[in-house]
Ligand binder design. Sequence first.
Ligand SMILES: [Zn+2]
Length: 251
Amino acid sequence: MYIVTDGIVLKRVKVSDYDKILTIFTRKAGKVSAAVKGSQNPKSKLASGAHPFVYGEFSISKSGRLSSVTSIDVKNAFYHLREDLDKLTIASYFLELAHIVTVENIINNSLFDLLLVFLQVLEGSNDLKVQHLIKIAFELKLLDVIGLRPELNSCVNCGKETDDPKFTVEEGGVICKECYHLYPDNYRIGHVIPKLMKFILASDLERILETDIDPVLVKKIDFILNEFLLYHLERKGFRTLKHFNEITSHS
Ligand SMILES: [Zn+2]
């Protein structure tokens, strides 16, 4: 089998000085693991493309169980994501999330497009508050794309609409006053946060970034989404986020 496809490198594992295994999220074959031979040889044309974040056209050949990358035509290496540690951390977290929610050889081009657009916008952003907003927008839209969109309209238990909702991570949405007691591990969110989350889900990133959104609300949403993602993706933590959580909890 031989495919030529657009892809984004999610992960790189070094096998030896010259050989690496890339995990590439591709348009035509979903997530693919493929070896890159001789990529540390400076003369290798593959060397410049065999890095996380690289978006390009990958030629991948598969014989038996092992796939290998035979060429990479780099379209965007996202060098500017490395300009500051916060930006790099959030971008790395996007790759980690994409890696977690994708399955080998299953195509998900909605998620591919989402990841590509968010990396592009994040690359051009130099304000931590804006980057924080980009982060929660990615989390929400990713949840939507993988079928885990939080229920923000009516109580997840009884279906009633409520103007004083709390949020239950376990059931994945808002609960009304009458049902608070059924979910003791809930978060008070008020009526603005669900509206804001719905606005983010319904709007493209450009519109979201044009809107003046209170950073305090962004932080609250970030906290809830972090709990939500950990619970529903069955993780204890996100490897890439350690630094980010430390700095944002003090800012
Ligand atoms: Zn209820």
